[in-house]
Design a protein around this ligand. Sequence first.
Ligand SMILES: C[S@@+](CC[C@H](N)C(=O)[O-])C[C@H]1O[C@@H](n2cnc3c(N)ncnc32)[C@H](O)[C@@H]1O
Length: 210
Amino acid sequence: MTNDFWLERWVSGKIGFHQEEVFHKLIEFWPKLPTNSKVLVPLCGKSNDMVWLAEQGYQVTGVELSPLAVMQFLADNDFTFETTQFENGMKVHMVQELPLRIIEGDYFKFQEQGFDACYDRAAMVAIAKPERPNYVKHTIERLTPSAELLLVSLQHDGELNKPPYSVLSQEVIDLWGEKISKISSENLTQLDPQYKARGYDFFEESVWRF
Ligand SMILES: C[S@@+](CC[C@H](N)C(=O)[O-])C[C@H]1O[C@@H](n2cnc3c(N)ncnc32)[C@H](O)[C@@H]1O
C-alpha cells in the first residue's frame, strides 16, 4: 500500500475504519500505567482513542501521514495547538488542552524512542504483508524494553489484498515475539449483521498484549 493510497482515502472520505466513539476494548483492556507514561499511537488517523488515553494522564503521541486527518482531528475536538515543522518535512502539533501531540508525516521516518506503551488499532492490519515485519520492528525500536503493547488484529475471509488485511495469529506471534498473548477474541459476524452484509462469513477481532 503506497502513501498515496492513504492520502487519497482521506481526500475522498473513504474512512470507514474511523469510529467516533472511544473503542470499548481500549477501555476494557488498557493496562493501568503510571501517570505521564509515554504512549505511542502509530498510524493514528483521527482516532478519539488518543483523547481518552490523554485524559487518563498519559503523554500521548500519535503519528499520521495525512494532513487532512490531522487537521480534522484537531478541528473536530476544538483543540488549540502549536505547530513546529522539522527539516525532514515532519510536523509536530502540540495540543494545549491535553498531554497530546500529533506527528504529521511518514511513520517509517519517525525516529523518537523511549515510549512506555503502544496502542495499535487498525495500524498493523493497514500494512501489507511484505511491509509488516518492518512496521513491527520499527515500532518495537521506539519502545522501552519493559513497554506495554495493546494490539487489535483482524482475521477474516474477505478480500485479502486490501486493508484491513487478515493477519493470522501465528504471524502476530512471529512478528511481535513469544511474549505477546491473545486476551480476547470475537467473531464479529455473530454480533453485528453488517459484517455479513459486507460479504464476510468470518471476521474475528482479537486483542493482544505484552
Ligand atoms: C486503517 S487507518 C486506522 C486509523 C486509526 N488507527 C483508527 O483506529 O482509526 C490507517 C491510518 O494509517 C495512516 N497511514 C498509512 N500509512 C502511514 C504511514 N506510513 N505513516 C503514517 N500514517 C500512515 C493512514 O492515513 C490512516 O489514517
